[in-house]
Design a protein around this ligand. Structure first.
Ligand code: HMG
Ligand code: MG
Length: 299
């Protein structure tokens, strides 16, 4: 038994951090995450630097990683439009992630586009990315609730997920952007998704605002989910989702599955070392219980 964990710390984990880190620290962090065993690490995003200042060094970061001989096929990058795609392609990025939401209002705040407008951009990006042989992953935000609209619609979820698959995404990650989902809701969303799509092509992306993310992952796993996004040390948050805290911590996810006898392929000791590096650089503590317990045992 195994699960696949997508490490999103370098992108989702850092994008909301006010203290701008130097690029070399991010390179070291990503190399340590590769050494910890992650097969996929979302490295950065090619978005507007004035909107997300922490990601302004995306070009430099990808150049340094390539110079270090990092396998770029393991390092997808978030791309919102053709401009972002062009920058990513010039650097040899092999996999991109496109993103939209079930909520009109969230999309407007996040990417300055309605859902339909977002698909005009995504369609152009996917056409060019496929032409160059890049892999494409899709994200749907606000699946479990929206900071502006409240409850969101399963019909919208089905529509946008289908559209992402139609445009060539090999996998679609469903986001609990503000961490409001709960395990019973996860079950019902899973059943809806399963009745319309190949559930093995769906990933689950929980933020841990209320401390329920791990329970949500367990719930999804029990239903059959096998792919989860998480962030080293539990860093993260979306600048356009006020109050949303970090992604579920990779340490918590790895520890839970390994205790259950489900292989993650990730070395917890090496993962906590990577988290320690980035937390120290940020001057932050980790919210992850597994991280804290692991560090305490080492002292
Ligand atoms: P826009 O303002 O609509 O773009 O931005 P525009 O086409 O009107 O261009 C305006 C200016 O931005 C122009 O510059 C462009 O060149 C520039 P000017 O001519 O005025 O000097 N520009 C760019 N520069 C660099 N890279 C680009 C780019 N595009 C345009 N790619 C856009 C639209 C989406 C780009 C913008 O709103 C943006 O960057 N937003 C930030 C989105 C973001 O990163 N959000 C966080 C990630 S999503 C997330 O966290 C959720 C997720 O984790 C899942 C979950 O938890 O639910 C994935
Ligand atoms: Mg997120």
């Amino acid at each position: 038994m195994s699960v696949r964990i997508i490490e999103v710390g370098p992108r989702d984990g850092l994008q909301n951090e006010k203290k701008i880190l130097d690029t070399q620290t991010k390179v070291d962090f990503i190399l340590m995450l590769i050494a910890a065993g992650f097969q996929t690490i979302e490295a950065t995003s090619f978005v507007r630097p004035d909107k997300i200042p922490q990601m302004a060094d995306a070009e430099q970061l990808m150049k340094l990683l390539a110079n270090k001989g990092a396998d770029l096929s393991k390092l997808p990058c978030l791309v919102p439009n053709l401009k972002g795609l062009e920058l990513a392609q010039n650097l040899g990025v092999k996999e991109i992630a496109v993103f939209t939401a079930t909520s009109e209002e969230f999309n407007k705040k996040n990417i300055n586009a309605s859902i339909d407008e977002s698909f005009k951009r995504i369609a152009e990006v996917c056409r060019e990315a496929k032409h160059s042989g890049q892999k494409i992953r899709g994200y749907v935000s606000t699946v479990f609730g929206c900071p502006y609209e409240g409850k969101t619609s399963l019909d919208s979820l089905k529509k946008v997920t289908q559209a992402l698959f139609d445009l060539g995404c090999y996998e679609v990650s469903l986001g609990d952007t503000i961490g409001v989902g709960q395990p019973e809701q996860v079950k019902s969303v899973y059943q809806t998704v399963k009745s319309h799509f190949d559930s093995q092509k769906i990933a689950w992306h929980f933020h841990d605002t209320k401390g329920i993310a791990l329970a949500n992952i367990y719930s999804a796993y029990q239903e059959g989910a096998r792919v989860f996004d998480s962030s080293a040390g539990g860093l993260g948050g979306c600048p356009y989702a006020k109050g949303a805290s970090g992604n579920v911590a990779s340490e918590d996810v790895v520890q839970m599955f390994e205790l259950m006898g489900v292989s993650t392929g990730v070395d917890l000791e090496k993962l906590t070392a990577a988290s320690s590096l980035i937390l120290k650089a940020l001057g932050r503590e980790s919210a992850s219980k597994a991280y804290q317990a692991f560090i305490a045992e080492k002292v």
